[in-house]
Write a protein that binds this ligand. Structure first.
Ligand code: ZN
Length: 328
């Protein structure tokens, strides 16, 4: 089983399942991830344009600005939640005579580990559950001009549409190879719930508006940090990694602009910088966070991505069910 006896390292940052309760405490686990697009992907709120920001990087003479493409938190949670609910079904969590849990707002079961962990709005007199998994908008390391491709295509059909408007603009596509440093933070989660999220992060490979061919993403899990507070946010991390890349003598970028406008970035090199940046901001800011050993993380991922996780989830469900007070 996955608990404090088997993994004493997790005593800080997670709660025992019988200590789950509705009052927030300060137990945090930060999962440090580098999301790498392996195909084109669409992240948009209006159905067409990529969401952009304007971000300043560096200081003094070095200071520069760029426009990163954004992956809003909703794009990350929506996809992970769908994946998590599908995983529960695949592992046979629900009995034959039970309804499966759904993604429909107000119709979630509030009776499965996913609903209790990721939260759910509730219909009528039921109680809304706040999510204990926190995502943060993620930023590309490079400028929109190099990571986003605007595609145009001619409108189908002939005679009716021979005017200038006949060109249909497809949604903006993020290019394969685009990287998003991202932190997923769990608050007051149990060790089994942490394993659940690690398994989802490892196995979920589709984000954004998806068809079978786009939105393929590889989530590199770079580290897991547990303690009584949150680590740096995605924006801070992204800015710092750009500066680290510029100082990296092995790649010779003359300016921050050279980094943000690079044709491509090596994911391995970027992963190292993301991890170092996170580690160093923990010591620089004296944060109460400890890195969980690689062994423990790999074991948790191995269990959470295997069939035996069905048992862990079923046991967690017993505790998750007691999380909500009984309806009057
Ligand atoms: Zn549910």
């Amino acid at each position: 089983m996955i608990d404090h006896d088997t993994y004493p390292e997790l005593e800080r940052g997670t709660v025992a399942p019988d200590e789950m309760n509705l009052r927030p405490q300060n137990n945090f686990v930060n999962i440090l991830v580098l999301r790498e697009l392996q195909s084109h992907a669409v992240f948009t709120t209006n159905g067409q344009d990529a969401d952009l920001a304007s971000v300043a990087v560096g200081e003094g003479d070095e200071r520069d600005e760029y426009s990163p493409g954004l992956m809003f938190m909703r794009k990350q949670t929506g996809s992970d939640r769908r994946f998590a609910k599908a995983l529960q079904r695949d592992l046979g969590l629900f009995d034959e005579d039970e309804d499966d849990c759904t993604m429909q707002v107000n119709e979630m079961c509030q009776d499965c580990p996913e609903c209790i962990l990721y939260g759910s709005a509730a219909g009528d007199d039921a109680i809304s559950i706040t999510s204990r998994v926190m995502y943060d908008t993620a930023y590309t390391l490079r400028d929109a001009t190099v990571v986003i491709d605007e595609k145009f295509q001619n409108a189908p059909g002939g005679d009716y549409a021979k005017t200038a408007e006949a060109t249909i603009r497809e949604p903006d596509f993020f290019e394969p190879g685009t990287l998003f440093p991202s932190v997923v933070t769990l608050r007051d989660a149990t060790p089994a719930e942490l394993a659940f999220v690690l398994g989802i992060t490892r196995k979920n490979k589709r984000y954004g508006a998806t068809t079978s061919r786009i939105g393929r993403t590889k989530n590199h899990i770079l580290g897991v940090y547990a303690g009584s507070e949150e680590g740096p946010a995605n924006l801070e991390l992204t800015r710092d990694v750009i500066q680290r890349l510029q100082r990296d003598s092995a790649v010779e970028y003359d300016s921050l602009h050279d980094v943000t406008s690079a044709e491509n970035l090596d994911p391995k090199r970027v992963a190292n910088h993301v991890q170092e940046s996170f580690d160093e901001s923990i010591s620089a800011d004296n944060l109460d966070l400890n890195r969980i050993s690689k062994n423990t993380v790999s074991e948790l991922i191995e269990i959470a991505t295997g069939d035996e996780f069905a048992e862990v989830l079923a046991e967690q469900r017993e505790y998750s069910r007691q999380f909500l007070p009984d309806p009057e």
